[in-house]
Design a protein around this ligand. Structure first.
Ligand SMILES: Nc1ncnc2c1ncn2[C@@H]1O[C@H](COP(=O)(O)OP(=O)(O)OP(=O)(O)O)[C@@H](O)[C@H]1O
Ligand SMILES: [Mg+2]
Length: 393
């Protein structure tokens, strides 16, 4: 044998694309990201069912589109780093920095469907080609997608339509649930609209306030409240932390703080701490935008964007900072809740707790004060029970 050769089996795509995106929303999120990166003002995802069975998903965007050259050199190359080839520059129309980096997002298509038709227009030229999963698997080391329109002239404006059929999903689409999940994957600029359509003519525009709509906010904090001007993260991080009046249901997927970079989720909600027992955690939700994560020398964002590589020294440091920040918010929360309960107690009974302590005889004062503080400040006692118990002391 004269020289060695490293070969790729088409099955690699199955592991990278299909297995990575086992559920609908993260796979759709890759297509939505591509529309965002293409400088679109809107992306519409249309779901088609026939007799309650999913038939097709079509994604429309009004972004820059692709020429035949773009398709060959950008879209059809697996693992191309666009930031290296095209620079990491703001987009011409909306000034967006690219979210795409790995050149793998398009593989999410195969997580959803076996047949994919891409129809795209750019600079008055239209291109249309088909990707077929079975043909791809049957190919040896090169796959030639069927192209039925090549740089054919068009008067229509730029944009891309991706139609997915022969879908893997067999159960009906739940548009509201999809919208909820998508709303937690993106915090993008207001010039980008995500719309979900049908079946039954249902349309959902995913608004920014959808994410925490089901949370009844009790207290909230922004970066101004929590990040010290002296801290190295000052000016680098924006955040919105919220505590709910009642415990957040675990099934909502909202417990904990989600991390975003360039408007896209990079780490699922969590507490950045090894101990997860605090009662406070049941009440805490929110987001942190840390765009510097995209600029680290090493890529720390996992391909499916669910978690970060916390072993990177910058990230280990950031995690320790976030862990302290969450602990600090926990303390603020306890204090605020205690103050609120005291106020409510005073309103209900006319008793000012501190004054009342002062009026008690010395020998019982200390024990009464201890009991009341324990009950009033106890995390385990719910709002109503806390008041009830305090009143009965
Ligand atoms: N809707 C679209 N409109 C215009 N160009 C697109 C569109 N979708 C994909 N492309 C082009 O195809 C390329 C490959 O897309 P893909 O999602 O695979 O990788 P990426 O976006 O560069 O990186 P990542 O894997 O991090 O998403 C993009 O960089 C872009 O040039
Ligand atoms: Mg992409």
């Amino acid at each position: 044998m004269s020289r060695l050769e490293l070969k790729f089996d088409p099955n690699t795509i199955e592991h990278l694309g299909v297995k990575m995106y086992s559920t609908l929303p993260p796979a759709l999120a890759e297509l939505i990201s591509n529309a965002y990166d293409a400088d679109a003002s809107e992306v519409v995802v249309e779901f088609l069912e026939q007799n309650g069975t999913p038939k097709a998903i079509t994604v429309y965007d009004d972004g820059i589109g692709m020429t035949a050259k773009d398709i060959q050199e950008k879209f059809l190359v697996i693992g191309r780093n666009r930031r290296k080839h095209e620079g990491d520059e703001p987009s011409p129309r909306f000034g967006r920095l690219p979210t795409g980096k790995k050149g793998l997002g398009k593989l999410a298509l195969f997580g959803l469907a076996k047949q994919i038709v891409v129809d795209t227009k750019k600079d008055g030229l239209r291109n249309r080609f088909t990707l077929n999963w079975n043909d791809l698997l049957a190919s040896s080391d090169t796959y030639n997608p069927e192209m039925d329109l090549t740089d054919s002239e068009t008067k229509n404006k730029a944009g891309t339509v991706i139609q997915l059929s022969e879908l893997k999903r067999k159960s009906p689409f739940d548009l509201e649930a999809i919208a909820d999940t998508i709303s937690r994957i993106f915090i993008v600029d207001s010039e980008f609209t995500i719309v979900l359509k049908g079946p039954n003519d249902k349309t959902i525009k995913i608004a920014d306030d959808r994410r925490y709509k089901k949370i009844e906010t009790q207290f909230s904090w922004s970066e101004k409240d929590l990040i010290d001007p002296e801290s190295e993260y000052h000016g680098k991080v924006q955040l919105s932390l919220i505590t709910s009046v009642t415990p957040i249901p675990p099934s909502s997927g909202l417990r904990g703080i989600a991390l975003f970079s360039r408007g896209k989720l990079v780490n699922m909600p969590e507490y950045f701490s090894d101990s997860t027992s605090s009662h406070f955690y049941q009440y805490l939700t929110g987001w942190i935008k840390a765009d510097f994560i995209d600029l680290l020398d090493e890529d720390v964002i996992s391909t499916n964007r669910q978690s970060l590589n916390w072993d990177h020294p910058e990230m280990t440091k950031f995690r320790a900072y976030l862990s302290d920040l969450v602990a600090q918010v926990g303390q603020y929360w306890r204090r605020k809740r205690e103050n609120k309960k005291d106020k409510e107690l005073e309103q209900a009974t006319g008793i000012d707790k501190e004054q009342w302590f002062g009026s008690l005889p010395g020998d019982i004062k200390q024990s009464v004060e201890m009991i009341v503080r324990k009950l009033g400040g106890s995390e385990e006692v719910s709002e109503t029970n806390g008041t009830y118990l305090s009143l009965n002391v």
